[in-house]
Ligand binder design. Structure first.
Ligand SMILES: [Zn+2]
Length: 621
């Protein structure tokens, strides 16, 4: 048994209440196999049926533990029990298999060989490479059904699974168990938090998002969707583990390349032009210059050399990494559709607002290096969760970028895309004609808070109160920190909450005064300090507001995570409705779905009084 499954079973951390930690969706096959063979009650997911050349399949689950199995009713004459690994025969002639990660990979080949247009797995269709919404999946199994509902009702596919790896997801559970995950600096809380701060592994997420499509029957709609391995770090300190990053992301149908780790350590030579003459092939430089000129831009020779010298080392590493993503898919998958993936180039991490010339040079370089870029993400000066204040200025910025992107056949990726105004999204959609992706992630943690806050269930209310208290204590700690950035940010968050509540903001006379002011506020998910610190509560050991407790990958952290996965049906319904409503809002304002389609979806959404009725509207009727 794998180390992660042993760890989870030993600590009674089961999939039902701690999903997507293990790459597998069956931790204890011996018990599940025995239960199925002895005809104990096991849930058969009614919408999950699909076929391959081997026969008819259905997904089974012991809902108490969350352990899953595949049942295959083979076509006459075929040897069912060897179709996947660890099979067992049933007396009725069917075969059953554990839902392991390696079985999932085999199943992908069987499904796509039989039915290339199948939408059980994420894919890289032309439409998904032109126009999509990036939906960060912070709460995994609680989250995906809402996205499936929205896609089904709107009739559009989106990036239905997305998270940054290794920042938010555990890239390797063995490294995690060895306590050797790297840390990520969070200057606004004045500390480093271990990577994978949401607790789930990338393989576990890859597995869970596929099973969710089968459980809800979303795959019966035939709507293609994608899975984005977001902000894959290139170069710098990530060189030593790039093979592990590639392996973990093998089911992603869409890769975002983030060059910033290599750029952070690149020193541009004093004579950049001379450096380029030595290090960059002359033919490639000529191709890039001609291509940029063809896109209608005039280059300043000096600026061009400086930019090229700055980005060339990272682009070479990107090319190597890209080859590894392709090779991993060629090795694991047997079909063209199963091997295909989309590419995004993230350049919003480069300093300052991105100029059209920079975008053009980067796209020309990727083109010359044989890497088709589907989305490019320039910096527009967005602040996370803040509307862009000037729509006319935004339009002008996007128009300049779009003139370049359209020339290269690339769409625009809007990073830090949550929390913009309806008018902002309208501008993004109108200028690009819908050839865009809006990336949203933190928004959905906020929607969980709103969902719990509004729930009448006592356990949901207790979780909400603890969650709010956690952020209040972190804000108080930060407000008196000796770390200047941490103190400044904490005070900004506190002042924002107080002023929006109509309270005096001169509260930093002493910690006691600050505490009294915060405790006098009515708890609300609209308070900025809750919003900014909230995501760290998910894996905080025993929920403690203590820097040392954050991003805890021991049982204390996972017991805390389980609290979120045991919320009530009312809490789940609230959360699902909030997510779906936000996706409809984005689709309406960007123009990805028509106003009448969005209105019909909103009306239907408002009518649900149970989660079951909402989930019932996902599979094709
Ligand atoms: Zn980015």
């Amino acid at each position: 048994m794998s180390a992660i499954n042993t760890f989870l079973l030993k600590n009674n951390l089961r999939i039902a209440t701690n999903p997507c930690v293990s790459p597998d969706f069956c931790l204890d096959w011996a018990t599940l196999r025995g239960a199925i063979q002895s005809a104990q009650p096991i849930h058969v997911w009614p919408h999950s049926r699909f076929e391959t050349a081997a026969g008819k399949w259905v997904l089974l689950e012991d809902v108490a533990t969350g352990d899953c199995a595949w049942r295959l009713d083979a076509r006459a004459g075929s040897a069912a029990v060897n179709t996947l690994a660890d099979g067992a025969a049933l007396t009725d002639g069917a075969a059953i298999f554990p839902a392991t990660f390696s079985n999932l990979l085999t199943l992908k080949n069987l499904i796509q060989a039989y039915h290339p247009a199948s939408t059980v797995f994420p894919s890289a269709t032309e439409q998904l490479g032109r126009s999509t919404l990036g939906i960060g999946a912070r709460f995994t199994t609680l989250h995906w059904p809402a996205v499936e509902w929205a896609m089904a009702q709107l009739g559009i596919g989106v990036t239905a699974n997305q998270n940054s790896i290794p920042r938010e997801l555990v890239y390797d559970t063995d490294v995690m168990l060895a306590g050797k995950l790297d840390t990520v600096p969070f200057p606004f809380i004045g500390t480093n938090v271990p990577e994978g701060h949401q607790g789930q592994s990338v393989e576990g997420m890859s597995h869970g998002c596929v099973l969710s499509k089968l459980k809800t029957g979303f795959h019966t709609r035939g709507i293609a969707w994608s899975f984005n391995a977001d902000h894959q770090p290139i170069g710098g300190k990530f060189d030593s583990r790039e093979d592990a990053l590639v392996t973990g992301c093998v089911l992603a149908s869409y890769i975002t390349f983030d060059l910033s780790p290599e750029l952070a350590q690149t020193k541009v030579a004093d004579d950049a032009a001379a450096w380029c003459d030595v290090h960059v092939p002359a033919a490639l430089i000529a191709t890039v210059k001609a291509r940029v000129a063809h896109a209608g831009l005039t280059l300043n020779e000096n600026d061009f050399s400086k930019l090229l010298a700055y980005v060339w080392p990272s682009l070479q590493k990107m090319k190597v990494r890209d080859g590894k993503y392709a090779a991993a898919r060629a090795q694991a998958f047997t079909t063209e559709v199963g091997r295909a993936y989309l590419r995004e180039l993230s350049i919003d991490e480069l300093p300052g607002l991105t100029t059209p010339e920079t975008t053009a040079i980067m796209l020309a370089l990727c083109e010359a290096l044989g890497m088709k870029i589907h989305f490019v993400a320039p910096a527009f000066g967005f602040q996370k969760n803040m509307p862009y204040p000037d729509n006319a200025a935004l339009r002008s910025l996007i128009e300049k970028q779009w003139a370049v992107c359209s020339n290269f056949g690339a769409s625009i990726g809007f990073h830090s895309g949550s929390g913009k105004s309806a008018e902002n999204y309208q501008v993004m959609g109108a200028v690009t004609g819908g050839r865009l992706e809006i990336k949203t992630s933190g928004r959905y943690t906020y929607e969980m808070g709103r969902g719990l806050f509004a729930s009448k269930n006592p356990a949901d209310q207790a979780l909400w109160r603890d969650w709010y208290r956690f952020t209040l204590e972190l804000a108080l700690l930060g407000a008196y920190s000796t770390d200047a950035t941490e103190q400044k940010m904490a005070r900004v968050f506190i002042v924002d909450a107080l002023s929006k509540s109509g309270q005096p903001t001169e509260v930093f006379v002493s910690p006691a005064v600050t505490r009294a002011a915060l405790e006098a506020l009515t708890p609300s998910p609209e308070h900025m300090f809750w919003f900014e610190y909230n995501f760290l509560h998910v894996l905080a050991a025993d929920g403690r507001a203590d820097k040392a407790a954050l991003g805890d990958h021991t049982p204390a952290g996972y017991r805390q995570r389980a609290r979120f996965y045991t919320i009530s049906d009312e809490g789940r319904l609230n959360f699902a409705k909030n997510i779906a409503a936000y996706i409809v809002f984005l689709a309406r304002n960007t123009g990805l779905a028509s106003a009448s389609t969005c209105t019909a979806a909103e009306t239907r959404l408002a009518g649900y009084s149970s989660l079951a009725s909402m989930l019932n509207d996902i599979a094709k009727a």
